[in-house]
Design a protein around this ligand. Structure first.
Ligand SMILES: NC(=O)c1ccc[n+]([C@@H]2O[C@H](COP(=O)([O-])OP(=O)(O)OC[C@H]3O[C@@H](n4cnc5c(N)ncnc54)[C@H](O)[C@@H]3O)[C@@H](O)[C@H]2O)c1
Length: 251
């Protein structure tokens, strides 16, 4: 049975990814720092399909312990999705930003992908050809003010993607999906769940006429993980409803 590991699987895009692959007949190892969110995911799936592992993916010792559990559960991995990250990009004013806060964004958004990939490589090689998909952001290529730590983490992850691709091929393909604005309110744990309300302006700034949903990202992950993408590695696919292609002129 094909097996995937998804980090940050308790909510949002990670949750939708875990549910998609489980429904498609895969076994899924799910890492999340939030045990409540992870427990709610586990309630939706049979034990034979899901290994929920509470883990801070940006902490070396926690990742080592989590992979010990994964290694006892499966002899190989077909797919690793490095999705964990602090989804809020707003850091505040640059000159007042503390190093500890900088490290929080970098640890969760970039170091986590390095640690989980390093630990997963032996398991991925056992199932070669296997695949890694890193979840970056359109903020790896564009910015709003006061989002520098998030942008740096995602830009670093985009570079890590092509660097890993040339280092780990041909056994392992490594690609990235860069989401734009993805509404995750209904995909949160119950206590945090919200119903989306998007203004006309919010919808219209997307050439496709709407804000994204997690399954828009899952579709790209599933394609990249499949045989149909066997000649694709080192790439970052932007899935943003065309938002970053829209030129803004103020007359
Ligand atoms: N939603 C968007 O609009 C959007 C846009 C671009 C990129 N992204 C990226 O997609 C990924 C998922 O975002 P989302 O919107 O689904 O977020 P989310 O907040 O809905 O879910 C993220 C999950 O990751 C977990 N997590 C956070 N830090 C972790 C850590 N150190 N170790 C393990 N788990 C951790 C959280 O507990 C949560 O369950 C993130 O990397 C985010 O930066 C999201």
């Amino acid at each position: 049975m094909r097996t995937a590991l998804v980090t940050g699987a308790g909510a949002g895009i990670g949750r939708a990814t875990a549910l998609h692959f489980a429904a498609a007949g895969w076994r899924v190892a799910a890492f999340d720092i939030d045990e409540t969110a992870l427990g709610e995911l586990a309630d939706l799936l049979p034990e034979s399909r899901l290994l929920p592992v509470p883990c801070d993916a940006g902490d070396e010792q926690a990742v080592e312990a989590a992979f010990k559990e994964v290694g006892e559960w499966t002899e190989g991995l077909d797919l690793l999705v490095n999705n964990a990250g602090i989804a809020d990009p707003y850091c505040g004013p640059f000159e007042k930003f503390a190093l500890a806060d900088w490290n929080r964004w970098i640890d969760a958004g970039l170091t986590a992908a390095f640690l989980c990939s390093r630990a997963a490589i032996p398991l991925l090689r056992k199932r070669a050809p296997a695949s890694v998909v890193n979840i970056t952001s359109t903020r790896a290529i564009q910015s709003e003010p006061d989002t520098f730590a998030y942008a740096a983490a995602k830009g670093g992850l985009a570079a890590l993607t092509h660097a890993m691709a040339v280092s780990l091929g041909p056994d392992i393909r490594v690609n990235a999906v860069a989401p734009g604005w993805i509404e995750t309110g209904p995909w949160q744990k119950q206590s945090d769940r919200t119903e989306p309300k998007h203004s006309k302006k919010a919808r219209e700034q997307h050439p496709v006429g709407r804000v994204g949903v997690p399954d828009d990202i899952v579709s790209a992950i599933a394609w990249l993980a499949g045989d149909g993408a066997g000649f694709v590695t080192g790439q970052q696919i932007v899935v943003d409803g065309g938002m970053t292609k829209r030129m803004i002129y103020t007359a």
